[in-house]
Design a protein around this ligand. Structure first.
Ligand SMILES: Nc1ncnc2c1ncn2[C@@H]1O[C@H](COP(=O)(O)OP(=O)(O)OP(=O)(O)O)[C@@H](O)[C@H]1O
Ligand SMILES: [Mg+2]
Length: 350
């Protein structure tokens, strides 16, 4: 780390909320120095792509001034199965430099897009059991999507220096806050408005990731349909308010029935991992994202998949200073899991 360098802003531009987090290094430990989020209008970001960059820029500017962001340098994150590909692959053993030379060629068969249209990165995990082979994590992100987000962030006055992906930001957040149990399989699942990101760690190393195009929006839509209300009113009902003609109890019964499809998707991804890994046990699920704030959502998911589910605690090892509203921050913390992971990146990280 560059001594004295200002920490970066973790800027998580989600399709329904944008979040900004900054974390300082204070005498070898972490301290929160900024935490804020604002909801954005629906349909500015659809399927992981920026649809209305002007309005998105306005929301980013609003967050920047509301949170009194002083640092421009930020870390952005990409997600979504239509723009991000993450694969764990086996390759013949070679050095980091050799792989850097040949990665585009190696990646071609794993990436369903034109290789010239993606930015590729990789991490060598280590040798495999088979002699002469090594495990590599390959990441490919569509250049035009990166461009859309980088441009809008720049137009809003930020300076993106690192572009990460949600699955790895979550892993980074986890590593800082949790003890790694060797051989344990931990599912980190982030359930946002339009995407579910799942990263299964085996002994702390990513063994499987998946982004699915489903999230809390299906609950909002179900409420809109059932009670014939606007998006804004449906969001209010979902967040616990009641309306003149709709009670909280009525709304919650729709919330729970619509959540079923989300549980099914999580369960399917876990089953898929287990079917490709000799039916390994899942030891724990760590639940992140806005849907984690739905009352009893963790318990219902646990019941459905038959695994212990806990709400993520992204500030276990990050001190919240007294001048900040710690009870609000802790309440909203699951929504900030990605932003915390981004904020823990430092200048010079890849
Ligand atoms: N208190 C709450 N109770 C219930 N649902 C909530 C609450 N707060 C937020 N949500 C829901 O969580 C979702 C937003 O979560 P999050 O901020 O993780 O998503 P996002 O990052 O904007 O979306 P994505 O990553 O999918 O693009 C929305 O669907 C919102 O309605
Ligand atoms: Mg998100």
């Amino acid at each position: 780390m560059i001594f004295g360098a200002r920490p970066l802003i973790g800027l998580d531009i989600g399709s329904s909320f944008i979040k900004a987090v900054q974390i300082k290094d204070v005498k070898g430990s972490y301290e929160l120095s900024l935490f804020d989020m604002i909801p954005i209008a629906p349909e500015l970001i659809v399927d992981g792509s920026v649809i209305d960059s002007m309005r998105l820029m306005d929301f980013l500017k609003e967050l920047k001034s509301k949170a009194r962001v002083k640092t421009k340098d930020c870390v952005l994150s990409m997600s979504g199965h239509s723009s991000v590909i993450i694969k764990r692959i086996a390759l013949p053993e070679m050095s980091e430099e050799e792989l850097a030379e040949s990665i585009s060629f190696e990646a071609e068969q794993y990436v369903p897009f034109d290789i010239d249209d993606v930015n590729i990165d990789f991490q060598i995990l280590g040798p495999k059991e088979e002699p002469g082979q090594m495990d590599v994590i390959l990441v490919a992100v569509k250049k035009d999507i990166i461009n859309e987000f980088v441009t809008v962030a720049k137009d809003a006055g930020f300076n993106p220096t690192i572009v990460d992906v949600d699955a790895f930001a979550l892993e980074n957040m986890y590593e800082v806050n949790y003890d790694i149990v060797p051989e344990a399989n931990t599912v980190i699942v982030n359930i946002g408005a339009s995407t579910i990101t799942l990263n299964i760690l085996k002994g702390g190393v990513s063994a499987f990731t998946r982004d699915s195009a489903i999230g809390g929006n299906i609950i909002t839509e179900a409420i809109q349909k059932e009670f014939n209300v606007s998006y804004d009113d449906a969001e209010k009902l979902k967040l616990g308010e009641s309306l003149e003609n709709v009670s909280q109890d009525e709304a919650m019964s729709i919330v729970y029935s619509a959540s079923e499809d989300i549980f099914t998707e999580v369960s399917r991804s876990i089953d898929y991992f287990r079917s490709t890994s000799m039916q390994e046990e899942i030891n724990e699920v760590v639940l992140c994202g806005g849907c984690a704030l739905i009352k009893n959502f963790d318990e219902m998911l646990a019941e459905r998949i038959n695994v212990n589910v806990s709400l993520v605690e992204p500030f276990r090892n990050v001190r919240i200073p007294d001048k900040m509203d710690s009870s609000y921050i802790k309440e909203m913390a699951p929504m900030a899991a990605v932003a915390v992971g981004l904020a823990l990146r430092r200048h010079g990280d890849r």
